[in-house]
Design a protein around this ligand. Structure first.
Ligand code: PMP
Length: 444
């Protein structure tokens, strides 16, 4: 096959099989909430490239800022000198940080790299080695990040041994604890904090534990917000033992959940926070932020990377923060969130759905819908019925046929809604209608 004759077959033949894809079509153009494919289809994009193009595809101000920077300076290696886009970006980010103590920044390319850096920093700062992560958590595919990823075995299958020193504890999610979907939040928090106490007594002592890493909303693990009481509990445990709290806002950050950062809901102060995805709306950029008094303990030369903090990506990110402020993005997130969650809850109780949606959850425009599944005893106990298998991926496929891109998440039957943060009420309604029709058709 040739690229000119059959570009799809060419891609299938020459792109490594290690990458899973929703579709083999070729995406040719993105505009706002829509993407175009080579075969002429125009689809509503409720994936945002997995929570990246949060201001819509090719936002004019972001693309223009990047294009202007391209004519000025593209690459300036971070171990050689500063560049203005980094300086300007830090100036923009300081006022929107979830805590005023977060004042020391390091930019990288991907979320995984930022997670790696955060763990290296925690080890140096505390002089301790071990990291506690959450069951169901996702932090990336590089070796260290993979070691603290516990959302699906397929990410690490065949790649052991991973980075040593990673331990996991329960996330306060009913599935994770084998409980029913209506288990009261206090009970989930109590059990999860009890598990953590056991981990620190039975597996890794506080004096060996450098950090606890957590996504304030489990992303790949199924779109589950951590209750504020749990995050506060973690903060308390960390303070009591000199353990650092690493908050991974790679997916939940940059307005995704209705506040600039999700930890703002709990008021919990991260010691280290990592961000990426929405930060530059599609240009590769991630960031680790911490406190100067902590990062001053790092050895010069211990961090770095050829493309770290690229000037074009930083210039795009400056425009992103500007757009948040000038276009009232968070107001739109919160207004559209109510409509989305309302529409999904209506669908949940609709007789044609017949109890097959067991949970609608989330904050802002990071919303998960969980279908019944025959694989989980807690659901069998609660529902006392047998559900069809694989509902989520069949619904996602049906949505695509009907004109909308949408993704599944986790080992459970979860569909995740990640529409652009500036999606219009009209497009959101259209997406909800496509989804409702797809669900009813698949269940029928
Ligand atoms: N942390 C979280 C919470 C994520 O959702 C992701 C990506 N899905 C990562 C880290 C890894 O980011 P990247 O794919 O950019 O390496």
């Amino acid at each position: 096959v040739t690229a000119a004759g059959d570009p799809v077959a060419f891609g299938q033949r020459h792109v490594t099989k290690g990458i899973g894809r929703l579709t083999d079509a070729i995406m040719t153009k993105g505009e706002g909430s829509y993407v175009h494919f080579h075969d002429g289809r125009r689809l509503l994009d409720f994936t945002c490239g997995i929570g990246v193009t949060n201001l819509g595809h090719c936002h004019t101000k972001v693309s223009k800022a990047a294009a202007d920077q391209c004519m000025e300076l593209v690459h300036c290696q971070c171990n050689i000198s500063f560049h203005y886009p980094t300086i300007r970006l830090i100036e923009k980010l300081i006022p929107v940080m979830p805590d005023p103590t977060l004042d020391s920044f390091y930019f990288w390319n991907s979320g995984s790299e930022a997670v790696e850096g955060a763990m290296k920093m925690a080890r140096t700062i505390t002089g301790r080695q071990n990291i506690i992560c959450m069951q169901g958590g996702y932090h990336g595919r590089t070796y260290g990040a993979m070691a603290v990823t516990r959302s699906k075995t397929s990410y690490s299958e065949g790649f052991f041994p991973l980075m040593p020193g990673a331990f996991s504890t329960s996330f306060p999610f009913w599935h994770q604890l084998g409980l029913a979907p209506d288990t009261p939040e206090e009970e989930l928090v109590r059990l999860a904090l009890y598990q953590l106490d056991l981990v620190l007594k039975q597996q890794t002592s506080p004096s060996d534990t450098a950090a606890i890493i957590i996504e304030p909303v489990l992303g790949e693990g199924g779109y589950i917000p951590a209750p504020s009481a749990f995050l506060k509990g973690l903060r308390g445990v960390c303070d009591a033992h000199g353990i650092l709290l690493i908050i991974d806002e790679v997916q939940s950050g940059f307005g995704r959940t209705g506040k600039m950062f999700n930890v703002e809901y709990s008021g919990v102060r991260p010691d280290i926070m990592v961000m990426a995805k929405g930060l530059a709306n599609g240009f590769p950029l991630s960031c680790i932020v911490s406190r100067k008094e902590l990062t001053d303990k790092l050895k010069s030369g211990s961090m770095g990377g050829t493309y770290a903090g690229n000037a074009v990506s930083c210039a795009a990110a400056v425009a992103v923060v500007d757009v948040f402020q000038k276009e009232n993005i968070l107001d739109n997130v919160n207004a559209r969130s109510k409509e989305l969650i309302g529409a999904l809850r209506n669908l949940q109780t609709c007789p044609e759905v017949g109890g097959n949606i067991v949970d609608v959850r989330g904050q802002g425009l990071m919303v998960g819908v969980e279908f019944a599944s025959p694989s989980y005893p807690a659901q069998d106990l609660v529902l006392n019925r047998s559900a069809p298998r694989g509902l989520a991926s069949r619904v996602a496929e049906r949505c695509m046929e009907k004109g909308m891109l949408i993704l599944t998440a986790s080992v459970y039957e979860v569909i995740r809604f990640i529409p652009p943060l500036n999606v219009t009420a009209e497009d959101l309604k259209k997406g909800c209608e496509i989804f409702a029709e797809a669900v009813k058709e698949v269940i029928r």
